[in-house]
Design a binder for this molecule. Structure first.
Ligand code: G6P
Length: 628
């Protein structure tokens, strides 16, 4: 899941490419590099580590050209050292690649036998060898790509350039995203929209097995046999301010603080303030193209959605990472409110467990980026099985958004921190809406209950604002917390996924041992871990499982663990049992996850900060995981 950018135009390509790569750095930050056509030959500069290292190297270089490509890497094949950094250059050809060439060993072997010399450990370099070879034997750049495509297996998006074709970039993909935008004087092609937005709001998304041929400012599209195809431009809404830190020390902290707004924006289109009803807006089941969705009349679509939901007998939630935990919260909500059985799967497991997907299933894929390779593959599997797929994405027009039958949007705004925060809150808000909608469609929810849940959801943002005040508590407590040997997060029922998320955040950000457990399962193992050096974070807001959770807390207390408990309102029992008791507002059970996850995010944030960790870009991770 690397980031790639290509540029043709009158600006200094280095400036445009570096600016673009900065917006894509969340995709990987193991190394970075550029190749710029400079007086007729490609000048390549690469550096190990973050983009800032490359920038330092580039500060002493001058370039005189109008075309170039750049890359920021998340290492798959070969360690994150300079020789493995992209672009890979062979002869006059330079390429940047995002993805994995699965048959690389076989192809590399053939090339070596034919006399090629490799300079890196990557799978990507062979693409440069293949392109260069085709051009040596007489093909032009475009036809060289057509020639090599059938040889490549795996997931890739690639930009190829060659010194003999100084006006051209050829881009092709199968899997990871590629998008292109042009104005009268320049063309930018990149992995994600944000690299293009400063130049144009009109873009074209490439589909798998399509080729983009840039010749000067002309862009043309072809299928993989070289037949010309017509593609529609998409106009994208974008507010560049949303990607500034706005005074916060880290994007993550800013994004934690943006959660009340994110929740309001996510539910906004789907709840009627006056009638306190849910009417999912413009989901688009039965509408072929995303563009057509814009034309839909909301009310007609809602009736269509209800009809679709009436036929649903089973729901699958499929996602990765934090989005998976959002799916788990959805499981608890949907089963309770609609009585439809829900199965929750980690996408990388789902696709390989030969899942039985009955035709009347609704498969919900959750993905902030809309590009996570395993979730995208699960979506395709579900569609092949004849199920209806509903995507919940933050990035509009992402691959999942484009391929799903129905669409809900997180509306969280751009999320930059690699560890996801506000996308989770937005999704939990949407899961509330979805559960009510399914409950209505299945006639399991009366009007009174609907109003109760909707009112609770509408009040959630202001309750979340008040919970943000725990920022101060954790800023101080982090000093002590950082010295613990490990963290056990416990919760039952709907709190269990939040316990898992709490532990994930601590691992991702502070690189500390942390586990999330269903509190009732504690006596089957984790109790053995508990002593003075173990911090226990118990999620115990008031609900039907509260008493049982308190019993589990007593068990942990008896073993000497240090306890932070999180509950609803004033609670003497929890205060006595805990070293620290954090009171949340008393709310409907459906909303508790939105409140309790905030202290857990703040806790990991401050512990990581105190330990001096790289909060927005944790080691070895990337935001958008477009490889298996
Ligand atoms: C990566 C990110 C996580 C994210 C997960 C799923 O691991 O670091 O923050 O939750 O991918 O990403 P998605 O875009 O599918 O929600």
């Amino acid at each position: 899941m690397c980031g790639i950018v290509g540029y043709y135009g009158p600006e200094n390509p280095v400036d445009v490419i570096i600016k673009g790569l900065k917006t894509l750095e969340y995709r990987g930050y193991d190394s970075a590099g550029v190749a710029i056509l400079n007086n007729g030959v490609f000048k390549r500069v690469r550096a190990e580590g973050k983009l800032s290292h490359l920038e330092k190297k580039l500060s002493t270089e001058t370039f005189n050209g109008h075309l170039g490509v750049g890359h920021t890497r998340w290492a798959t094949h070969g360690p994150p050292v300079e020789k493995n950094a992209h672009p890979h250059v062979v002869g006059g050809a330079s390429i940047v690649h995002n993805g994995i060439i699965e048959n690389y060993a076989e192809l590399k072997d053939q090339l070596i036998k034919a006399g090629s010399i490799f300079h890196s450990d990557t799978d990507s370099e062979l693409i440069a060898h293949l392109v260069s070879h085709e051009i040596e034997i007489g093909k032009d750049l475009f036809h060289a790509v057509i020639e090599i495509l059938p040889k490549l297996e795996g997931a890739y998006s690639v930009l190829a350039v060659h010194e003999k074709y100084p006006e051209e970039i050829v881009a092709f993909k199968s899997g990871p995203p590629l998008v292109v935008g042009k104005n009268e004087k320049e063309v930018v092609v990149a992995s994600d929209l944000q690299a293009i937005m400063p130049y144009t709001k009109n873009v074209v998304f490439l589909q798998d097995n399509e080729i983009l041929h840039v010749t000067g400012t002309k862009i043309e599209f072809f299928d993989d046999r070289g037949q010309k195809i017509n593609k529609k431009e998409t106009k994208v809404d974008w507010n560049p301010e949303l990607i500034e830190k706005q005074g916060y020390d880290h994007y993550m902290l800013k994004e934690i603080y943006e959660q009340p707004r994110a929740v309001a924006m996510a539910m906004g289109p789907h709840v009627d303030l006056a009638s306190k009803e849910v009417r999912l807006c413009k989901v688009g089941f039965g509408v072929g193209q995303l563009e057509d969705l814009e034309q839909l009349e909301a009310r007609a679509d809602w009736e269509n959605t209800l009809k679709t939901f009436e036929g649903v007998e089973r729901v699958f939630m499929v996602a990765c990472g934090t989005s998976f935990y959002a799916g788990m919260v959805g499981e608890y909500l949907i089963e309770r409110l609609s009585k439809i059985p829900v199965e929750c799967d980690i996408a990388s497991e789902f696709r390989y467990r030969h899942p039985v997907i009955p035709k009347n299933s609704l498969v919900v894929v959750v993905s902030q980026s809309g590009e996570t390779a395993d979730t995208l593959a699960a979506l395709r599997l579900a569609r092949e099985a004849g199920a209806k797929v509903l995507s919940i994405c933050n990035v509009k027009n992402s691959s999942m958004d484009r391929e799903a039958d129905g669409h809900l949007y997180m509306n969280a705004g751009v999320e930059i921190g690699v560890a996801s925060t506000k996308a989770l809150s937005s999704t939990i808000a949407l899961m509330n809406c979805l559960a009510v909608a399914l409950g209505k469609a299945k006639k399991q929810l009366n009007e009174g209950d609907e109003h109760k849940f909707v009112e609770a959801l509408l009040a959630a943002p202001s309750h979340m604002e008040s919970v943000l005040a725990y920022d101060k508590f954790f800023a101080e407590a982090a000093d002590t917390l950082k010295d613990f040997r490990g963290f056990l997060y416990m919760g039952r029922g709907i709190h269990y996924p939040i316990a898992l998320e709490g532990a994930l955040k601590m691992k991702e950000l502070a690189y500390m041992h942390a586990e999330g457990y269903a509190a009732g399962e504690m006596k089957h193992g984790p109790l053995a871990l508990i002593d003075q050096s173990m911090a226990i974070i118990m999620l115990a807001p008031s609900d039907e499982l509260y008493d049982k959770t308190v019993s589990n807390l007593e068990e942990a207390k008896a073993r000497g663990g240090k306890i932070i408990s999180i509950g609803s309102g004033k609670n003497e029992k929890l205060e006595v049992l805990s070293d620290h008791y954090l009171a949340l507002p008393e709310v409907e059970w459906t909303i508790n996850p939105l409140l309790e996850l905030i202290p857990l995010q703040l806790m990991s944030y401050h512990v990581a900060d105190r330990l001096g960790k790289d909060i927005d870009q944790p080691r070895n991770l990337a935001k958008s995981v477009t490889v298996e």
